[in-house]
Design a binder for this molecule. Structure first.
Ligand SMILES: *Cc1c(COP(=O)(O)O)cnc(C)c1O
Length: 421
């Protein structure tokens, strides 16, 4: 079980809405910091442990700066994400560049920033060499193929476009060493939004064993192992959060049994979690615009899937609270919708909720990762603002809402006036 609490009261959110109209995403700084510390703590047994926050989950400089202050780096996978990290002051080996199908200019930027470059394919070794040279430190992404099952969200590794095969990992390290690389890392990402600890432990075991084989077979001694992301969060109230302390201990046991036992200690442990770091601490706040009673009952919000795509994209569950009605019986069944001309623009289908009225404030939980970040402009919808609830209760706007001017910014109306048809 996970209790779906809110970091604000109805009264407080009404005051916030007076200043910042709905819809908006609001992040809870206190909870983000506490969670970041707990996360670090569970891996404190590894002296050089480092989490590289997966920027794609919540690419906001304020959130990145808070996490950097807590000791986290940034996991980037595109040029704008690299530039974002740079602007926040996250540089050098505090950046993990885990991209795939990477354009040359992104490698050039990553190398210029001194980021750790994590290659997705063996053919990228000569590609990297050609465009910016082989860096001293290099990491490879391993795809275990038939050796692992993956999970329902990320799918079967054999069907996945990512990473080197096992034999390519060996070949790749030999080539990189010959070309001058001196420090080596290994990465793998085979699960996503996984609540079962064992699959994450299995990734650690798999990479630790591979570290032993790399040493034995080709005398490559890894400097770090990157377990990547994929730790899940309980979107549903009946699910339970991953016990991080237990997870840390289980990975430590594998480390002792494999790394220390084979005389490979110390190896730095890295992670690249996104969802687990900010997911539960973001809330999409919206107002009920309309109620509609046809074959089913609909609640129409001023937010749409342009603000939160997960339910429409994956049928994902996001918990909903109707402000001020937390204690009322869930005796109504509604589809909660946005305004896109797409029938899948729904935040919930057949959801049991208290009686809802026009003007009610609706809070959609767990939008702190892959929420605002997945926003888009289809149907002329504009992305919302992002607000930060600070530890002292103050609210800071950390991204303004888009305006029609932003939507038109890439269009050329002057050209249109000269355009004869
Ligand atoms: C998405 C991604 C992550 C983060 O995944 P979460 O599920 O948010 O923890 C980490 N590394 C890479 C390479 C990714 O693509």
């Amino acid at each position: 079980m996970s209790t779906k609490l809110l970091p604000f009261t109805k009264n407080q959110i009404e005051k916030i809405i007076k200043k910042y109209p709905t819809p908006f995403h609001l992040y809870d700084e206190k909870a983000i910091r506490e969670n970041a510390r707990a996360f670090k703590n569970s891996f404190a047994w590894n002296e050089d442990f480092k989490e590289f926050f997966a920027v794609k989950a919540a690419p906001n400089p304020y959130l990145m700066k808070i996490l950097h202050k807590e000791g986290f780096g940034a996991d980037c996978s595109s040029l704008p994400e690299l530039m974002l990290a740079d602007k926040v002051g996250i540089v050098g080996e505090h950046i993990m560049f885990s991209s795939n199908n990477t354009p040359a200019n992104e490698y050039v930027k990553a190398k210029e920033l001194g980021a750790i470059i994590n290659l997705d394919d063996i053919s990228h070794i000569p590609f990297l060499e050609k465009h910016c040279g082989i860096p001293e430190v290099i990491s490879f992404r391993y795809n275990p193929g038939h050796l692992r099952k993956g999970n329902p969200i990320i799918g079967d590794p054999v069907e996945s476009k990512y990473g080197f095969t096992r034999s390519q990992i060996f070949e790749g390290f030999k080539i990189a060493r010959k070309k001058g690389a001196k420090r080596f890392g290994l990465h793998s990402f085979v699960i996503s939004n996984e609540l079962n600890r064992e699959s994450y432990v299995e990734t650690a075991r798999m990479l630790f064993k591979l570290a032993v084989d790399l040493k034995k077979e080709i005398d490559i001694r890894l400097e770090f192992v990157n377990l990547s992301g994929g730790i899940g969060i309980p979107y549903r109230p009946e699910q339970s959060a991953v016990d991080l302390i237990a997870l840390g201990k289980e990975i430590e046991r594998e480390y002792k049994g494999i790394i220390i036992a084979n005389d490979l200690h110390p190896i730095k442990l890295f992670t690249e979690c996104g969802r687990y770091i900010t997911g539960p601490y973001g809330y999409l706040v919206s107002t009920v615009l309309h109620k509609k009673d046809i074959y089913k009952q609909y609640i129409g919000l001023d937010a749409s899937m342009a603000n939160l795509m997960r339910p429409a994209l994956y049928g994902a569950y996001h918990h909903i609270t109707v402000m001020g009605k937390e204690d009322l019986p869930l005796d109504h069944v509604y589809d909660v919708t946005g305004s896109l001309c797409e029938n899948n623009d729904k935040f919930a289908i057949d959801r049991k909720l208290p009686k809802i009225d026009v003007g009610d404030i609706i809070v959609i939980h767990d939008t702190g990762a892959h929420g605002h970040a997945m926003g888009f402009n289809y149907n002329g919808k504009l992305r919302s603002a992002e607000l930060l609830l600070r530890e002292n209760g103050e609210v800071v706007q950390i991204r303004r809402a888009e305006t029609v001017k932003d939507y038109f910014a890439t269009l050329d109306f002057n050209g249109l006036t000269r355009f004869k048809v």
